[in-house]
Design a protein around this ligand. Structure first.
Ligand code: ADP
Length: 478
């Protein structure tokens, strides 16, 4: 099949979170199965020169957008049998940032129009156009409703994957009309309108042939008012076309046996390597180097979703009474950044915080830590807990979404299970789950079993890619 993917982020070019990990791995797996895959994303000014030096300018095309003909420079890059097309426009993507607050409605509106204009100009055929999150969610709409793209739309079927329902791309209807030169009133009632605004994700949900979420549990959760972020009724309307496919991991990128960014490679047969990585992480972050002290980490966007409030509630108390260490790597909301800075000041020999985004440090911490904390209030899939388990780091998570689908409570009798869970809805506390982990840490028999259970599981993209492949086939045959 000929598959085109459109997304705002992709490893290794531009990343803020798990979306980038998925776009960096799934296309290569599909290409391995013999499909012809093209990934389209904006050419941000922040993409490292090491990559842009290898870009080839294929074409410069005009994209009709916002009442003007805007230039889109199309750069090609080939990797792992996947063709990447980077869409360049200085006005929108010249700066280093992936997302900026002010004009994202226009920046990503342009991306949607540009993807289809490029496909048309390059005569790029597709059986499947797979779009990700709100940044690309208007593509299914434009294919059906903008006569310029009807020809592509006649052949291509569309899939919209929701990586996080909280981000919907809500803007004014005036922006919609201005961006695409279409009148909102020209469409079915509610196709565009969302409480008086325009909501890119909602329109995508209505227009895509199929919709997927990144875990089965999150698929069920978002049909409820509690997790539906206001879109539950729209999702219920599309329930029969909504499925959950669990994300995999790029098991080459996240492979402790070959990872060059960690101090010492290791695998499930030689977990002593973890001790070396633990010392390296403690040294790098300025904490006392102690092999026998349980060492917990969190690597995360600092957003409400991630449950920093939960840590505020339990971590100071646990740190005060337990011999343990904690390192935070993350950035985001200022109040959360300040909380972790404050914690490091209060417990200088137990806590360190690195406020920022650092891929290499992330790998070193996954490799060196004993425990990974993830108290998310909701979690569409979550990759961090999977990466942790692959590196022999035991996850402590809240039972929600993809966390519920991937982490199971360790049972001391059967020695099954790969982590520890709280369940906020049932009143089971995250602090208690951390304490259960701390209690088993000094017991090598059990701790070794938990680590092994995590490291020996299969987190590869194989089952997930096969599920997507099945979905594509089903659609293509429609
Ligand atoms: P989300 O997509 O909601 O941010 P995921 O768990 O799905 O959460 O994916 C997060 C990804 O981003 C993981 O690969 C994680 O290691 C990485 N990450 C998050 N914050 C940082 C950071 N500050 N530095 C480096 N990597 C980070």
């Amino acid at each position: 099949m000929k598959i085109v993917m459109a997304a705002a982020e992709c490893v290794p070019f531009a990343k803020t979170g798990g979306l980038a990990d998925v776009i960096g791995a799934l296309p290569a797996k599909l290409a391995e199965y013999g499909h012809e895959v093209t990934v389209m994303m904006p050419k941000y000014g922040g993409i490292a020169e090491g990559f842009t030096a290898g870009f080839t300018l294929l074409a410069e095309i005009a994209v009709s957008f916002s009442g003007e003909q805007k230039t889109c420079a199309v750069f090609q890059y080939q990797k792992d049998q996947v063709r990447y097309l980077f869409l360049g426009n200085e006005e929108y993507y010249g700066g280093p940032e992936i997302y900026s607050q002010q004009d994202d409605g226009e920046r990503f509106g342009f991306f949607n129009a540009a993807v289809l204009s490029v496909m048309q100009a390059l005569e790029l055929e597709a059986d499947i156009i797979h779009v990700h999150d709100w940044h690309a969610a208007m593509i299914p709409f434009l294919l059906k409703e903008d006569t310029r793209f009807n020809q592509i739309g006649r052949k291509a079927k569309t899939i919209l994957t929701i990586h996080n329902l909280q981000f919907q791309g809500k803007f004014s209807k005036a922006l919609f009309e201005n961006s695409f030169g279409l009148k909102e009133s020209g469409f079915d009632e509610g196709a565009i309108d969302w409480n008086g605004d325009y909501n890119m994700l909602k329109t995508g949900i209505l227009y895509a042939d199929k919709i997927t979420t990144v875990s089965p549990s999150y698929r069920d959760e978002i049909l409820t008012a509690e997790y539906g972020e206001g879109l539950e009724t729209v999702l219920q309307q599309r329930k029969d076309d909504l499925t959950g496919i669990l994300n995999g991991l790029d098991t080459e990128l996240y492979n402790p046996a070959t990872d060059l960014s960690i101090e010492m490679e290791f695998d499930h047969t030689s977990v002593e390597g973890k001790a070396v990585n633990k010392r390296a992480a403690q040294t790098q972050m300025g904490l006392p180097v102690k092999g026998d002290v349980p060492f917990a980490v969190m690597i995360s966007r600092l957003a409400g979703q991630k449950g920093i409030d939960v840590l505020e509630e339990c971590l100071p108390r646990l740190l005060a009474v337990n011999e343990m260490q904690f390192i935070l790597l993350g950035s985001g909301e200022e109040k959360s950044e300040n909380f972790f800075r404050g914690l490091a000041e209060k417990f200088p020999r137990k806590v360190a915080a690195y406020i920022g985004f650092d891929e290499n440090l992330a790998h070193q911490l996954y490799a060196g830590a004993d425990i990974f904390l993830m108290p998310s209030h909701f979690e569409p899939c979550g990759l961090s807990q999977l990466i942790s388990m692959r590196y022999g780091t035991v996850p402590v998570v809240n039972r929600t979404g993809g966390l519920k689908d991937t982490v199971t409570e360790y049972d001391v009798h059967t020695k099954t299970g790969n982590g520890f869970l709280s369940d906020f809805k049932q009143g089971s506390l995250f602090g208690d789950a951390i304490e259960r982990a701390l209690a088993l840490y000094p017991e090598p028999d059990h701790w070794g079993a938990i680590k092994q259970n995590g490291m020996n599981a299969d987190y590869s993209w194989k089952p997930s890619a096969e599920s997507y492949e099945e979905l594509y086939k089903e659609l293509a045959e429609r």
